[in-house]
Write a protein that binds this ligand. Structure first.
Ligand SMILES: [Zn+2]
Ligand SMILES: [Zn+2]
Length: 125
């Protein structure tokens, strides 16, 4: 078992590695995530200092609220991460992780904000 997870955007210009101890998968159904991901946002949460980034110059940052900013790839538009600035935490899009993760969704966030066209994903117990 590897102790790091590898993640990359669709075009491959942005690569991340993060510790296998990252929390998640978490699913956020809030209005901001719906607007930016087109659906709920499934992510792994990890301290910024534990993530290695290559191709960071390809990230475009967007201040999505007073407390958070988000980064997408300038070339392919992949939604790479959300930074919870004061917490020093990155929420990294789960779809970018390469290979099997052995994980399931463990929690739904902002479930009351979910649109009416899908049911909440099942949560692993
Ligand atoms: Zn890309
Ligand atoms: Zn959200």
């Amino acid at each position: 078992m590897t102790d790091r997870l590898n993640a990359r955007c669709h075009c491959g210009k942005v690569h991340l590695t993060l510790p296998a101890t990252a929390a998640g998968v978490l699913a956020c159904h809030c209005d901001d995530c719906q607007k930016m991901h087109g659906n709920f946002n499934a992510f792994l949460a990890v301290p910024v200092v534990d993530v290695e980034v290559s191709g960071a110059e390809h990230l475009v940052w967007y201040q999505s609220s007073a407390a958070a900013r988000r980064a997408f790839c300038a070339t392919c538009g992949a939604r790479v991460l959300k930074e919870v600035t004061e917490a020093g935490r990155w929420l990294i899009s789960a779809g970018m992780i390469e290979g099997p993760t052995g994980r399931r969704i463990i929690k739904n966030l902002w479930a009351d904000s979910k649109p009416d066209w899908y049911d909440l994903p099942a949560v692993a117990t």
